[in-house]
Design a binder for this molecule. Structure first.
Ligand SMILES: [Zn+2]
Length: 324
């Protein structure tokens, strides 16, 4: 097994053993395609690979302690370059061309110059073809780490030039142990529930737990009922809320509206939304989410205009029902 830095990636023992032998023999590829769903450890693995490429220790690379390793792991190494356009739906051909031009400038201080594509699947064919040109004949110091959900999202010509590293789900034992270390105060049932929903990918379970701590219990129930078109569930949620004070009710309605806003972004193809919003985005139409969001905003406005919480909750049952 390689250096300690490798342990940051849990599970995936076969993949790590293969990489450790490549690291120790110095037989690193110049192009890796790292695949797995959100939260599967793609970024962790990319950091390990980049550190192994820059590490100045003689053996057990990446050592995790040399200056080069530390800079890579702290994301401040000048020769590890992220190629992305945050907030945009796709990574454009212009962005790829800029990166391609930069490849021919030698590394600042590192052994290699490493280009990380965190959303390789969001490059269209033109962008991928622009990348292909430099992957085919790169300068000897250049390396490319492409992250995607699955290999099929990339052109066969790109795939054939990359070493595929496919991340696997973790076992429940490994996953729950990691969650207990990360969330020592949370009940085991909550950890187990998040683990079950995560499909075995630690990052997803962590995101669910973090998000559940940030959202009101009523919001989680609303999102769940709305995603499943559970009319009775929504009524059962709203009826007791009629007795809330307006300053309690209003922020809840706005939080629900925000979740629906995120669900619409999910439907528009943007990534990075909360899991709760993703569930809605996958099961409801944009029109449904928009209607419900407008209803909730109207409810919050009426509360500000002296309409009683009871009347607003009653109206919401009718308005939200219109989409169910
Ligand atoms: Zn090192």
């Amino acid at each position: 097994m390689g250096g300690e830095a490798m342990q940051a990636l849990l599970g995936n023992e076969g993949l790590k053993a293969g990489l450790a032998s490549a690291f120790s023999s110095g037989k690193l590829s110049h192009c890796y395609l790292i695949t797995g769903p959100v939260g599967s450890g793609r970024h962790t693995l990319a950091a390990i690979l980049a550190a192994a490429m820059e590490c100045t220790a003689g053996s057990r690379r990446p050592c995790g302690v040399c200056l080069a390793c530390r800079k890579v792991l702290d994301q401040v190494h000048p020769d590890v370059i992220t190629v992305d356009e945050p907030g945009k739906k796709t990574v454009s051909v212009e962005t790829v061309r800029r990166a391609r031009a930069d490849v021919y400038i030698r590394p600042n201080e590192g052994l290699r110059k490493i280009y990380v594509f965190p959303r390789a699947m969001d490059m269209n064919a033109a962008a991928q073809n622009a990348l292909l040109k430099v992957i085919e004949e790169p300068p000897d110091y250049a390396a490319f780490l492409l992250l995607a959900e699955s290999a099929e999202q990339l052109l066969p010509t790109i795939r054939s030039r990359a070493v595929l590293l496919r991340l696997s789900p973790l076992s429940e034992t490994v996953g729950l142990e990691a969650l207990k270390r990360r969330f020592p105060d949370r009940p085991v049932e909550a950890l187990r529930d998040a683990w079950t929903r995560s499909g075995g990918f630690l990052g997803q379970a962590e995101a669910i737990l973090t998000e559940h701590a940030a959202l009101a219990p009523e919001t989680l129930r609303f999102a769940d009922c709305f995603a499943r078109r559970d009319r009775l569930g929504l009524t059962e949620l709203l009826v007791p809320m009629e007795r809330m004070k307006r300053e309690q009710l209003q922020p809840l309605l706005l939080q629900w509206a925000e979740i629906l806003h995120q669900a619409m972004l999910v439907r528009a193809g943007l990534t990075g939304a909360w899991e709760t919003a993703r569930q809605i985005g996958h099961s409801r139409t944009t029109a449904d989410a928009l209607h419900a969001q407008q209803s909730l905003r109207r409810g919050a406005e009426l509360l500000g205009g002296n309409v009683s919480p009871g009347a607003v909750c009653g109206a919401l049952q009718v308005w939200l029902d219109e989409t169910n």
